[in-house]
Ligand binder design. Structure first.
Ligand code: DAH
Length: 339
């Protein structure tokens, strides 16, 4: 029996050193120390020993059990330590590695310029107005002094939804809508999309943006128009920018004008961009026609006003030296990332 006990202890020592995880350890414990384990089996045979030998063997068996338990404990602690170490190694973070870069977007060039234009006019006391893109023929043409057979309608052919409803060709209908709702003094700009049945090329698109301006009050003159638009041009394109007004015709203004600014590229000397002129046209405007004031419910005997309309794509192309309007709509990131 003594040899057996010693053999169990020796084997335990050897086997224990080879165990690798908690479940193997537990199996080992049951196999050796459990109720049906080897050591327990030997203790059960104690009855067959003589009264003299029994206490000696009992003591030895207890020592063997105690030493195996101690080894088990030590092994458990060792495995735990090793597990912890492996876990720490696995979870190490290298704080010197470069992080993941999150690409954040930015404003489209049209939005950049539109926001600048808004800032400039809001700074001069204008409010922002809007109107529908699906518009009545009445607001888009008739109320603006373009009756059904007016030849100027041909230059603004658009997409009709019904005979009387269309995609607006200009932001000018917002003038009428604002005057209908609001008593003078009126000082608004109205940015928005407009539509025309034009084929796409470097300077045309069936869809583009305009910014309308309208000021109505007592005693408004062409001088107010010129002063405000000069400020606008200088703020947008730089202090050195000069403007000039050329006579023109629009059905909804009288008198009407087109406004040029000194070429951004050559500063007025003449270059391919301005076709040698030194000037580029950026907007149309004039004094609001008395009929238009009337259609908006404003008395032309008491009030006068000026209006203007400017193409946002054109402003943006001049501003950033873009020579093809299509670039603004193609959403090519290689282009857009430059702004
Ligand atoms: N609506 C005109 C266009 O699309 C631009 C314009 C010209 C607007 C003169 C105005 C204006 O308010 O007074 O061509």
């Amino acid at each position: 029996m003594k040899e057996k006990l010693m053999e169990i202890r020796e084997r335990a020592e050897k086997e224990l050193s080879e165990l690798r995880d908690a479940s193997e350890l537990e199996n080992f414990r049951v196999q050796v120390l459990g109720k049906k384990g080897e050591l327990t089996g030997i203790l059960k045979q104690m009855g067959t020993l003589s009264a003299e030998e029994r206490p000696k063997m009992g003591q030895l068996a207890n020592e063997v059990r105690a030493s195996i338990e101690a080894m088990l404990k030590e092994k458990t602690a060792e495995l735990k330590g090793r597990e912890q170490e492996a876990k720490l190694k696995k979870e190490t973070i290298d704080v010197t590695l470069p992080g993941h870069k999150h690409e954040i977007g930015h404003k489209h060039p049209l939005s950049i310029v539109l926001d600048e234009v808004k800032d400039i006019f809001v700074g001069m006391g204008f409010q922002i107005a809007t109107g529908p893109e699906v518009e009545w023929d009445y607001y888009n043409f008739e109320a603006l002094n373009l009756p059904p057979d007016h030849p100027a309608r041909d230059t603004q052919d658009t997409f009709y939804i019904t005979e009387k409803m269309l995609l607006r060709t200009q932001t000018s209908p917002v003038q009428i809508r604002v005057m209908e709702k609001q008593e003078p003094p009126i000082r608004i700009i109205a940015p928005g999309r407009v539509y025309r049945s034009d084929a796409v090329d470097a300077t045309h698109s069936p869809f583009f943006h305009q910014i309308e301006g309208l000021v109505v009050d007592k005693g408004i003159t062409m001088g107010d128009l010129k002063g405000s638009l000069m400020q606008f041009a200088k703020r947008l394109y730089g202090e050195d920018t000069e403007i000039r007004l050329r006579p023109h015709h629009f059905p909804f203004t009288e008198p009407s004008c087109e406004m040029d600014v000194t070429c951004f590229k050559c500063g007025g000397k003449g270059c391919p961009m301005c076709k040698g002129e030194g000037w580029v046209e950026i907007l149309g405007g004039g004094m609001v026609h008395p009929k238009v004031l009337k259609n908006g419910g404003v008395d032309p005997e008491v009030y006068s006003g000026y209006a203007f309309g400017v193409g946002l794509e054109r402003l943006t192309m001049f501003r950033f030296n873009i020579d093809d309007m299509r670039l603004l709509f193609e959403n090519d990131a290689r282009f857009l990332n430059q702004f």
